[in-house]
Write a protein that binds this ligand. Structure first.
Ligand code: SF4
Ligand code: SF4
Length: 290
């Protein structure tokens, strides 16, 4: 069961929810938490895993052999990301914009493009108690988070995840390509939001991507419940998106978060709510599979 904890914007409490949900799940069976927020991974601050395996995150960048290239223009036409341009005298590759999709190399009629591995970050794996853990980190200055997330998921499947595990993915914020990569293959999307107009705006976008585009069962957690307005409640009611948990605005939560302590460990009174949340997600996923 792969549960992605996502949000339309950063700072809504995504990691707060993902880490406590993973802890509850790990008490009930084999669980892996993957921190896919590769530009700012911080789940490790709470779970304090022992990381004992590190591999490079690689992007394959095209290199053009000028002696074979006829400047036909095909590579520039097929690149969806404008990362390769065919000029009158030569072909230029803009590495920072390249997604490493390989399309230019496959489509080159002269076989003039080879793909060169280039390190864009790191993947680390280990354990936090009974829980397996993995995180990706995009190298500072690199722009492409998506390949790091893709490789984190792929390597995790080889290194730490076993069949039947519950895998909880802490997604990057937003609704762009990195989030779609985190959501790809998920059984459930849990969207964390705040009950404010900003929260509502970003929730709508995230719900559209997860539920309407990717067709993943989707539910909402409202964090800082009690502030703001009723907009999120109304939207969820009208859109038929269940609200599975409400976390109140509680100063103690902010304090435990800034101390780097998982919520259910610092404030055990919140444990039943997370147990209930996991049970509701399991029911939905199993009901869909039946
Ligand atoms: S597709 Fe190949 S031959 Fe054509 S311009 Fe690109 S590198 Fe050169
Ligand atoms: S690998 Fe893909 S993204 Fe990169 S230049 Fe080639 S076609 Fe464009």
């Amino acid at each position: 069961m792969r549960i992605v904890v996502a949000s339309g914007k950063g700072g809504t409490g995504k990691t707060l929810v993902a880490t406590s949900l993973a802890l509850v799940a790990s008490e009930r069976g084999r669980t892996t938490l993957l921190d896919c927020d590769v530009e700012a991974p911080n789940a490790a601050l709470f779970l304090k895993p022992e990381l004992n395996r590190k591999v490079a995150a690689i992007s394959l960048i095209p290199e053009v052999d000028a002696s074979l290239c006829t400047l036909c223009g095909r590579c520039g036409q097929v690149c969806q990301y404008h990362a390769i341009a065919v000029l009158p005298q030569k072909v230029m590759v803009f590495r920072e914009m390249c997604h490493g999709c390989g399309s230019c190399a496959v489509n080159c009629p002269e076989n003039a493009i080879r793909e060169i591995p280039f390190s864009i970050g790191a993947l680390e794996f280990g354990h936090a108690g009974a829980m397996a853990f993995g995180q990706g980190t995009l190298r500072v200055g690199e722009a492409m988070a998506t390949p790091v997330i893709r490789q984190l998921k792929k390597q995790a499947a080889k290194i730490v995840v076993h069949d039947g595990d519950t895998v909880i993915l802490d997604s990057p914020p937003g609704t762009a390509c990195p989030v779609i990569e985190a959501l790809r293959g998920a059984d459930f999307a849990l969207l964390v939001t705040e009950p404010t107009p900003f929260g509502l705006h970003d929730l709508k976008l995230a719900a559209e991507v997860a539920r309407d585009v990717l067709h993943i069962p989707t539910a909402v957690v409202i964090n800082k419940d009690g502030v703001g307005d009723q907009g999120v409640e109304s939207f969820c009611r009208e859109a038929g998106i269940p609200i599975l948990m409400r976390i109140p605005l509680d100063r103690r939560i902010a304090e435990t978060y800034s101390d780097g302590r998982p919520l259910i460990q610092a404030l055990p009174e919140y444990r039943p709510a997370f147990e209930g949340l996991l049970a509701r997600i399991r029911e939905t996923v199993q009901g869909r599979a039946a």
